[in-house]
Design a protein around this ligand. Sequence first.
Ligand code: CP
Length: 315
Amino acid sequence: MTQSVFPHRHLLGIQGLTPQHITMLLDLADGYVEQNRAADKKKALLRGRTVINLFYESSTRTRTSFELAGKRLGADVINMQVSASSVNKGETLIDTAMTLTAMHPDVLVVRHSDSGAVQLLSQKVDCAVINAGDGSHEHPTQALLDALTIRRRKGRLSGLLVAICGDVLHSRVARSNIHLLNIMGAQVRVVAPRTLVPATMSRLGVEVFHDMREGLKGCDIIMMLRVQNERMRGNFIPSIREYFHFFGLDYEKLGQAKADALIMHPGPMNRGVEIDSDLADDYERSVIREQVEMGVAVRMACLEVLARNYTGGTA
Ligand code: CP
């Protein structure tokens, strides 16, 4: 039976959640999908509550969807312009967070380039904190929206064979998805060049492939990852051309997966690097736009459970 409470004060990662907590968030989010497709998209559920988006890294999908999610639930949403804030005068992450919490927000949504920064911040403030991506550590709402997309298309997560392909080394999306898919009973493969797989990967209970055609054989889901040039210090790939030849998803390599395999990508995409541009836009196979749509519903569910704090638990 689905648990009706979420016993965490914060959402810092997928690791540590139970199948029941994940199912509860997905069920709640599923209920918001139709509301988001209706003409009247607003509810007053979080009227009087305040959500602050604090993004130290660039974002299109996550920041916008958290803003929409908060507004559709009736909350007041503030987007902190980090580039135009006192961060530029040297104010630290913690001082910034303490300053913001003095204004009594109910939820802080935080993205930061350092792994662990969001958890540290959560220990200093007296409101709920949602991790919107920290370094290469976790991006829990991305994994939840990916799971909702898969569940709505395939009817389940358990028993599916999922290949996560590309720059796994720098990817918080990969980590959160691996945790979630393991927890929910899916089988996970990682497909990447040796230089882009962290040594710790085999400890996470995944199979590692360095040949993409082998790794895609029989898969139900193919999750492509962005090559994160901004996090690379040194030469991880010989050239874009060679990377696409061996690890870019095209129609020929896709032929190794199941005939009804779904193609996913968290965005933003490097077209012609990790994915063929025509394939990315082939809506018979690609659910990339659907992932973005599910992002709003999932973030509404997360804001609802944390802002209402109807559990009073601890993270
Ligand atoms: N997938 C994702 O996190 O996208 P943004 O960086 O645009 O938020």
